[in-house]
Design a protein around this ligand. Structure first.
Ligand code: MRU
Length: 328
């Protein structure tokens, strides 16, 4: 399996996802600010992986900080800085909450923080396995699955969420149709890379092709991941998910979300409580750094959209296929 994050002997290496699929380059993270930038600039991305990276990244320079009198204040600032990097990805907050519990207790033992980081990673790997097993029961022989963005090892550290379902059901799946996912191209660059490595039959579509494929009965089920799920089931995920859910509903195709419990924000009553990350609009005007719109053109870049729960057939989790309101 692809290893997007490697932590070994107190050293942290991140696979630079901006360079994929053409170059597999690991960057060593030596400074905490470098880690914050790596999350912001999408060297690593995908909600569960952002959480895992935050857990390991918290360890950078930690031993020195733990010797300081004001260590609690310094560490709390670190946690807030982490939370500000990608504010929609709930897994990040799930991880900072677990670390904050240690800080609040005044724990000064580096090993305790290291253990929790490793534990969080191991838990996500196990969750993906279970999600894959649970979800594969929804796949019948010969089905064509549509997915969006990237939800495999590169986004989760495990076999994936929506991709985990695809992976576990790979022998039954006729074909995976997946979107390119503009403007960062998580589909075209990363999901294609993972599908190819897993030897699963696949075809790439551009984002707006989904409607014609659904109309032509070339899609049997849609499964995507999630960045944050509210108590009522409203789901934030990569922009374009909402369009796919509306289309699937119109064409009466089942639409599922696959996500671990660490993505469920039960403090949010609905999607109205979510913070939706907006990124630099300049990125919308570029493909691989090359400008495709005039300089003076203004753009908008919502990194995520919110799909109302009524458009979602079910939530594939490690605890089964759930329906809201959730009690986890
Ligand atoms: O902006 P990204 O690439 O971090 O967005 C990723 C997604 O939207 C994924 O679908 C989501 O994190 C679920 S991945 C298991």
């Amino acid at each position: 399996m692809i290893q997007p994050v490697i932590y070994k002997k107190e050293k942290l290496f991140l696979l630079d996802q901006r360079k994929l699929p053409f170059k597999e380059i690991y960057i060593e993270i030596k400074k905490f600010n470098q880690l914050l930038n790596a999350i912001k600039n999408m060297t690593v991305r995908g909600a569960p992986l952002i959480g895992i990276t935050a857990g390991y990244g918290f360890l950078i320079g930690l031993e020195k900080i733990l010797k300081r009198k004001d260590f609690k204040e310094v560490l709390k600032k670190r946690l807030s800085a982490l939370e500000n990097t990608r504010p929609t990805a709930y897994n990040l907050f799930y991880v900072t909450r677990r670390i904050r519990e240690l800080v609040d207790k005044g724990i000064r033992d580096f090993k305790a923080y290291e253990d929790i980081a490793i534990k969080i990673h191991q838990e996500e790997i196990k969750r993906c396995e279970k999600i894959g097993k649970v979800g594969s029961k929804l796949i019948r022989k010969g089905m064509r699955v549509l997915t969006h963005c990237n939800t495999g090892a590169l986004a989760t550290g495990g076999i994936g969420t929506a991709f985990g379902v695809i992976y576990k059901a790979r022998k039954k799946i006729k074909e995976v149709i997946f979107t390119e996912t503009r403007p960062y191209f998580q589909g075209a660059r990363l999901t294609s890379y993972e599908l190819h490595k897993a030897k699963i039959p696949h075809r790439l579509i551009f984002d707006f092709e989904a409607g014609v494929l659904m109309k032509n009965r070339m899609v049997d089920i849609v499964i995507t991941g999630a960045d944050r799920i509210a108590k009522n089931g409203d789901t934030a995920n990569k922009t374009g998910t909402l369009v796919l859910a509306v289309l699937a509903n119109y064409f009466k195709i089942p639409f599922y979300i696959a996500a671990p419990v660490s993505t469920f924000d039960l403090n949010a009553k609905s999607g109205k409580d979510f913070v939706i990350e907006q990124r630099n609009p300049e990125e919308v005007k570029k493909v691989y750094g090359k400008r495709i719109a005039p300089d003076i053109t203004k753009a908008i870049y919502y990194s995520f959209d919110i799909t109302r729960s009524k458009l979602i057939s079910g939530y594939i989790t490690e605890k089964g296929v759930l329906k809201p309101p959730f009690r986890l």
